[in-house]
Design a protein around this ligand. Sequence first.
Ligand code: SF4
Length: 233
Amino acid sequence: MTTTSRTRSASASRSQSSAATAIANHPEPERDCPLCPRLVEFRETIRAREPGWHNAPVQSFGDRNAALLIVGLAPGLQGANRTGRPFTGDYAGDLLYATLIAFGFAKGVYQARPDDGLTLIDCRISNAVRCVPPQNKPLPIEIRTCRQFLNATLADMPRVRAIVALGRVAHDSTVKALDLRAAAAPFAHGAVHDAGAVKLYDSYHCSRYNTNTGVLTPAMFESVFAKVRADLD
Ligand code: SF4
């Protein structure tokens, strides 16, 4: 991302409502972030039903000095929303973390728990939307509202050179965060888009639905990370 695009992203955040402005430019939302009423209501419902779960915005996982940022869609209800760590506790994490370990972006043994000791190597994982949405489907306004945290996350990563967007929603939000022209950077599995010092790599989301239906095979997923690994090396 160029200095100009970061400046523009910060400016866009500043122009939002006063409540949003008060917390903009922080890479992580507060636990009771109030900005998306529908998601707040859903969060409160699940908190009452499952008091032992995380049930809050899920913070990014990994070092802010990493060269690679992975952007997912949003926490899964029984995955990151339950455990509090991105992609931890549901099927998407099985494929993601196995792939990251295979390509040297993580080490340890993934056991679907935030205390499994797994660590990321030069890699950080975040989501386009930090709160769990009903049916895994955030509304456009929720994606737009939460982008201030994606903007701030990017601005907070001085060494980032590669971003892997998992799925179209993550791609579209990242394209906006990078200040790219949407028409010049269409989503396609395996596509790579130049954004100055950063490259954006597209992949279908590693959800159980996509792998069960054959939209995404482990080999297709691995080919994206092989490309990232080769470019970063
Ligand atoms: S999705 Fe993002 S902006 Fe909306 S309430 Fe959650 S943390 Fe706040």
